[in-house]
Design a protein around this ligand. Structure first.
Ligand code: PMP
Length: 361
């Protein structure tokens, strides 16, 4: 990065520098239209081309079959916590949720305002240091869907193997790991992701939904948030978040230029494994998460001497290693290693951690 910092924030997080430069270059004159992206009517040809290209690039990246639809919605992932039950269930429906940490608890609390929720499994008994053991899952065969959080941003856990929900559509909050690895898309009914990690602009949320799950939303659901209405109107029921869609499109193109999701997964694996290996080999640092369930996006760790945590964060910041404090609800430290974090950033972090341990150990 021009400013020589590495940003380990959990989100909004680091963006590819090439994308920022291109957005800067095009800010006043987007694709030779003479208009800024901020000035383009969403119904006009110039913006339609941008949105269509973004959709095509995303479909290509993920390998989306034609029976999956893509929506670019405003509102952030938390909005979807409420919209899922109203869009996917009949008013007397019910849903399964797996409680794997902070963000699944948020999704559950919100869904409970609308429908009965069966918590099919919970990691609470493990202090959320591992995913709930498969043997203990209790799925409700009458559930309209089963919700998981594929990557727990605050707790540093991720699914590396998908659950078998026995025909009940799997719905996944992929906010913090979407586009970080290839997807077995046909295993999912719905995927949604707030954009501010691997996609870009905060406030935009991607929803990918299988055709057969589209139904009329509850009357209480705002029309602009009806998946059905938005799909039927080609995502143009109302003004979509145009600049955010443009920026996401630049990121999709960048991902394709980097070799796609397979190349991203390999790089993300190298980055996180280097950091976990360093932590595991050290007496000064520790990671409490079960090895098989560790996130490759959000590496959570702590110091053997927790009283040094604030000093660690402050010294790191002075060296240009930013935003390493853990989530407020969890504490400790966290390095988020999204797609745009270069391997050099992880090397710099490890070098700093070694020096800090030598000074304070
Ligand atoms: N789900 C997960 C997994 C997240 O990490 C976050 C945000 N960090 C959210 C949901 C909430 O996203 P938003 O702030 O866009 O509502």
């Amino acid at each position: 990065h021009a400013s020589a910092v590495y940003n380990f924030a959990a989100g909004p997080g680091v963006m590819p520098q090439e994308v920022l430069l291109e957005a800067q270059r095009e800010l006043l004159d987007c694709r030779r239209s003479g208009m800024s992206i901020l000035e383009m009517p969403f119904t006009g040809e110039a913006f339609q081309d941008i949105a269509d290209q973004a959709r095509r690039d995303l479909r290509e990246l993920v390998g989306l079959p034609p029976n999956y639809r893509v929506l670019f919605l405003p509102g952030g992932a938390s909005t979807q916590f409420s919209l899922l039950p109203m869009n996917l269930l009949p008013p007397d429906g019910r849903a399964d949720y797996v409680d794997s940490g902070h963000w699944s608890r948020k999704a559950i609390a919100e869904a409970r305002r609308y429908v009965p929720v069966n918590v099919a499994a919970s990691g609470a008994r493990y202090g959320y240091r591992r995913l709930p053991c498969r043997r203990h899952w209790r799925l409700d065969p009458g559930a309209g869907y089963c919700h998981i959080t594929s990557n727990e941003t605050a707790d540093g856990l991720a699914y590396h193997r998908l659950p078998d929900t026995r025909g009940v559509p799997l719905v996944a909050d992929m906010t913090s790991d979407f586009l970080s690895r290839p997807l077995d898309i046909e295993r999912f009914g719905v995927i949604y992701a707030g954009a501010q990690k691997n996609i870009g602009p905060a406030g935009l949320t991607l929803v990918i939904i299988r055709d057969d799950l589209l139904r009329a939303a509850w009357p209480a659901c705002p029309t602009a948030f009806s998946y059905r209405v938005q799909v039927d109107s080609d995502n143009r029921f109302n003004t979509p978040p145009t600049q955010a869609i443009y920026l996401a499109g630049l990121v999709f193109r960048w991902l394709r230029s980097q070799g796609g999701l397979g190349a991203m997964a390999a790089r993300n694996r190298r980055k996180s494994e280097a950091l976990y290996a360093f932590i595991d080999a050290s007496d000064f640092y520790a990671c409490a998460q079960r090895v098989a369930d560790r996130s490759r996006m959000n590496v959570c760790f702590h110091l053997a001497v927790p009283s040094l945590t604030a000093e660690f964060v402050a010294q790191a910041r002075r060296q240009g290693l930013l935003n390493l404090q853990g989530h407020a609800a969890v504490g400790g430290l966290r390095a988020s290693l999204y797609n745009a974090m270069p391997e050099a950033g992880v090397e710099a972090l490890i070098a700093f951690m070694a020096a800090f341990a030598a000074r304070h150990g």
